[in-house]
Design a protein around this ligand. Structure first.
Ligand code: HEC
Ligand code: HEC
Length: 253
């Protein structure tokens, strides 16, 4: 049997290789400052943003606080990131990073300290949204949220974000916190955590930093803020009784 397409295929593979390699190169950080590229390759951006507080302080706020510190500050910050811990900016701890070399951490810290700008106070934009959405629960209560739970003309299908949260929760959180956010043997019912006043910012901080000593893993480096936000939205919608147990009807159905 002949394979008349083989040379063509080879050509395609070659063409693909040529078109892919330059963009791949750019994506791996050819254009970024060395310290930023290393920070992006690590878990730093799960908890930090350049210009606003996330779990940890805005990098611009760090640069501002230590502007006059010189090399002593570089060494102190390198040691802090290695060891982790709380207290300089708040109660939520930074996770330790014993696996990162001093050289890599020094590059990251120098990049952070080089940032100029005026960091916004407060937390991420998704938290202090003033848009309110009003819904009726199955038993007739009116509840409000600061995110959309439903979409479409009939408002019966959950948004792509809430659906993503349902999928992520039931892939990664369910084994301790219970399927469909009903609470588990090993970990608290997250609906109750939200009902008793846990804020989005506390939820994000706990999810990213974990509570290793108590069996709650850190999800930094695995999840980005937007994934935790989707999980939060799903749990909140479950808490408010807007989304039932099981797979919610999604816009893609
Ligand atoms: C789990 C979340 C988390 C991760 C991951 C994380 N940080 Fe932090 N970071 C924090 C928190 C929270 C603080 C504030 C700690 C405090 O209050 O002392 C902080 C503080 C800092 C500070 C200021 C330290 C001080 O004492 O003033 C620097 C610099 C920093 N982080 C850099 C990094 C870098 C670089 C990485 C990646 C290698 C990283 N962080 C990863 C949460 C995190
Ligand atoms: C391996 C088990 C385990 C997994 C998986 C897990 N957790 Fe936890 N989580 C715990 C435990 C245990 C606690 C209680 C810690 C304590 O006693 O303070 C907890 C606490 C929490 C809290 C704080 C609740 C409160 O009321 O203080 C949040 C928020 C949370 N987890 C979010 C998540 C999210 C989001 C996921 C999935 C991405 C997840 N957890 C996956 C074990 C787990």
């Amino acid at each position: 049997m002949h394979h008349p397409l083989t040379p063509l295929r080879a050509l395609l593979v070659l063409a693909l290789g040529f078109t892919l390699s330059p963009s791949l190169h750019a994506a791996t950080g050819g254009k970024l400052p060395e310290g930023e590229a290393k920070a992006r390759a690590s878990d730093c951006f799960s908890c930090h943003a350049v210009d606003h507080k996330l779990v940890g302080p805005a990098y611009e706020a760090v640069a501002k606080r230590y502007a006059k510190g010189g090399n002593v500050v570089v060494d102190t910050l390198v040691a802090k990131i290695k060891k982790g811990g709380a207290g300089n900016w708040g109660d939520i701890p930074m996770t330790p990073h014993p696996q990162l070399s001093d050289a890599d951490l020094t590059a990251m810290v120098k990049w952070i300290l080089s940032l100029q700008g005026t960091a916004r106070a407060g937390t991420s934009s998704s938290s202090d949204s003033t848009v309110r959405h009003t819904y009726k629960t199955p038993d007739g209560h009116t509840v409000t949220t600061d995110f959309a739970v439903f979409t479409g003309p009939d408002q019966k299908h959950v948004t792509a974000t809430v659906f993503h949260g349902y999928e992520q929760y039931n892939s990664y959180c369910f084994r301790c916190h219970g399927g469909d956010a009903v609470g588990g043997e090993y970990a608290p019912d997250l609906r109750k955590s939200l009902a008793s006043g846990m804020t989005w910012s506390q939820f994000l901080g706990t999810a990213m930093a974990g509570r290793q000593a108590k069996g709650m893993p850190s999800w930094a480096g695995f999840f980005e803020e937007k994934d935790i936000r989707a999980i939060y939205d799903y749990v909140k919608a479950r808490q408010l009784d807007l989304v039932p147990v099981g797979r919610p009807p999604s816009a893609q159905d």
